[in-house]
Design a protein around this ligand. Structure first.
Ligand SMILES: Nc1ccn([C@@H]2O[C@H](COP(=O)(O)O)[C@@H](O)[C@H]2O)c(=O)n1
Ligand SMILES: C[C@@]1(CO)OP(=O)(O)OP(=O)(O)OC[C@H]1O
Length: 160
């Protein structure tokens, strides 16, 4: 078993969609980025890549590459899963914390978990997603951005 950790931050701006965990959440602002800026999925990808010893998201999917402009991060997650599988690992479990003053993510976590479970080919019970505010403190508290932390474990693929 190997463990990985991921962390990402994206800025909240007007006239962008807010996509978290592959779910479009109605909100007055969205996250800025080269891709769809799904900060939750980016943290999960970095955790998976870290666990497998494969570097990080920016190394594998550089934001200088026009191929990734506006791409759904669920596609990048799918590619990440293939890479760790090629290394001989499968995902065991994932735990994510989204740090956002607003919006509340709890009404959407079931759908996010379903999206991730389908892309990674693992049971929903192996994925946990939670939200927290920072009680108005810091850049997340001022609603300037959203942060996400993810921890995962991966295990060697066995044939039996
Ligand atoms: N973006 C968020 C933030 C919080 N939640 C839910 O609210 C609970 C209380 O949050 P505190 O930061 O005040 O501790 C938290 O445990 C979550 O259930 C949320 O869904 N989305
Ligand atoms: C996902 C990538 C690639 O489109 O771009 P962004 O959406 O800007 O995200 P970030 O977490 O800043 O870095 C990873 C990038 O390479």
């Amino acid at each position: 078993m190997r463990i990985g950790i991921g962390y990402d931050v994206h800025r909240l701006v007007k006239e962008r969609k807010l996509i978290l965990g592959g779910v479009e959440i109605p909100f007055e602002k969205g996250l800025e980025g080269h891709s769809d800026a799904d900060v939750l999925i980016h943290a999960v990808m970095d955790a998976l890549l870290g666990a497998a010893g494969l570097g990080d998201i920016g190394k594998l999917f550089p934001d200088s590459d026009p191929a990734y402009k506006g791409i759904s991060s669920m596609v990048l997650l799918e590619n990440t899963e293939k890479l760790i599988r090629e290394r001989g690992y499968e995902v065991n479990n994932i735990d994510v914390t989204v740090v956002a003053q607003k919006p509340k993510i709890s009404p959407y976590t079931r759908q996010m978990i379903n999206n991730i479970s389908r892309v990674l080919g693992i049971k929903e019970e192996r994925i946990n997603i939670k939200g927290t505010t920072t009680e108005g403190l810091g850049f997340t508290g001022r609603e300037e951005g959203i942060a996400a932390f993810a921890v995962c474990t991966i295990k060697e693929i066995t044939n039996c």
